[in-house]
Design a protein around this ligand. Structure first.
Ligand code: PMT
Length: 399
């Protein structure tokens, strides 16, 4: 998987820096080109010459004092990289990366690269468990970085707990898994809907809901990372669509969303409906702003089309995935929707739980299948949930 890949290996100032020597050797053995970038403190733990010999490349340490024969600067290095691995990564560097600080060669190159990013934190257990470090890890996960969990065990500081640098062979396997993931949905066309709809009462007021679009946008991002062709139809949200999208449409109302979804349905192999579509819309939309002269105003509502249910009726061999945002008797409601809409699976978020559902960057989901199976997951980032859903879609595509 790594043969011919260009890997930038960032080494930071942790006692585990010596284990990055073995990591360099293993990556070279797999056929990758390795360019080591060290922070100033990393050089206090291991001599750059060791990495230079193992990687067969001069080590980069300083933004401004490059060896004369070495002409690379941070942007070209960032462009060239297939993977940017930081192993070990200290709490200090994690914090810099999470807040976009770029004050040395490693952090500057990291900020400039579009390569797959893999971070292997290694530190004292208290530092690792500190809420600030955990927040930084969450931020980086949400920016699409792959964070390998440290191991539990005896730490160099004398404590026992989580924070140990994993075995270098396991790190290589982790990177290989990500490399493999890049291509595993190649050739699959995925239509995703995200965000709320707005059902206008007059030119200014509308009925809507709290959907931020985050879940749907993370699905689009994750599917692109895995090589799928992605069409995203989005309700009004304040998110930027992923840059490499094949098809993107912004819509406002449920009727507009239905029109776009119907147009793209023949193109798609898979449809994931993460959008929170308004079930009703005002029967009449006032042309002018409704004045407050009346004591009471009655708004008559009519049913919107059920976009997903109609797709279920003409499903064929396409994979249909629904979402359900529920507050009461969640599982039976979700199962009912799964069957009524003829879906392959439905992702249930119990929106009464903290950290789940609308607006937040995390979610707590259960996935329900037609055969009665239910899978339950802990609190995860929406990006992680997106990958879980795509893993299950991949398995269904193979059947
Ligand atoms: O956007 P975020 O802030 O990240 O929040 C994510 C989310 C909570 C919005 C999302 O994860 C979610 O649960 N979306 C679906 C919420 C919902 O409206 O569920 P529902 O039970 O009303 O609809 C069930 C399914 O039918 C959904 O896939 C929905 O897109 C679809 N539907 C519903 C009504 C309708 N008229 N047409 C539809 O296609």
């Amino acid at each position: 998987m790594l043969k011919g890949k260009f890997i930038v290996l960032g080494v930071t100032g942790s006692i585990a820096a010596y284990k990055a020597c073995e990591l360099t050797r293993l990556l070279k053995k797999r056929g990758a080109s390795v360019q080591v970038v060290m922070t100033e403190s990393a050089c206090k733990f291991v001599a750059p010459l060791t990495f230079q010999i193992l990687s067969e490349n001069p080590v980069i340490k300083d933004m401004f004092k490059e060896p004369s024969h070495w002409e690379v600067e941070h942007v070209s290095l960032a462009d060239k990289a297939d993977f940017f691995v930081i192993a070990p990564c200290t709490a200090n560097i994690l914090a810099k990366l999470a807040s976009g600080i770029a004050d040395d060669m490693l952090t500057t190159t990291f900020l400039a690269t579009k390569a797959k990013k893999v971070i292997v934190p290694a530190m004292n257990v208290n530092m690792y468990e500190n809420p600030v470090t955990q927040r930084n890890i969450e931020i980086l996960k949400n920016y699409g970085c792959h964070i390998m969990e440290p191991e539990e065990g005896f730490l160099a500081c004398g404590k026992i707990g989580k924070g140990r640098f994993p075995d270098p062979e396991e790190i290589v396997e982790y990177i290989e898994k990500i490399a493999q993931m890049q291509e595993d949905l190649k050739g699959t066309k995925i239509l995703i809907t995200a965000g709320p709809t707005r059902e206008y009462i007059d030119p200014i007021r509308f009925i809507s809901n709290r959907s931020s679009g985050k879940m749907g946008y993370k699905l689009a991002e994750a599917a692109l990372e895995r090589g799928a062709e992605v069409a995203l139809i989005s309700g009004p949200v304040s998110l930027e669509p992923p840059p490499d999208l094949q098809i993107f449409h912004r819509v406002e109302t449920a009727v507009e969303m239905k029109k776009k979804v119907d147009e793209l349905f023949p193109w798609a192999d898979v449809v994931i409906k993460a959008a929170a579509v308004s079930d009703y819309r005002p029967k009449y939309r006032s042309e002018h702003k409704i004045k407050k002269s009346e004591e009471e105003v009655f708004i008559e509502l009519v049913k919107n089309p059920d976009i997903l249910k109609e797709l279920g009726e003409k499903k064929g061999d396409k994979i249909l995935v629904g979402f359900a945002a529920e507050t009461d008797i969640p599982e039976s409601n979700a199962r009912e929707k799964l069957l009524k809409k003829n879906l392959d699976m439905i992702v249930l978020n119990d929106v009464t739980k903290q950290g789940a559902g609308f607006e937040v960057d995390t979610n707590i989901v259960k996935i329900l299948y037609r055969d009665g199976r239910i899978e339950e997951f802990p609190l995860l980032s929406k990006k992680e949930v997106a990958h879980l859903i795509l893993d299950r879609i991949k398995a269904l595509l193979k059947c």
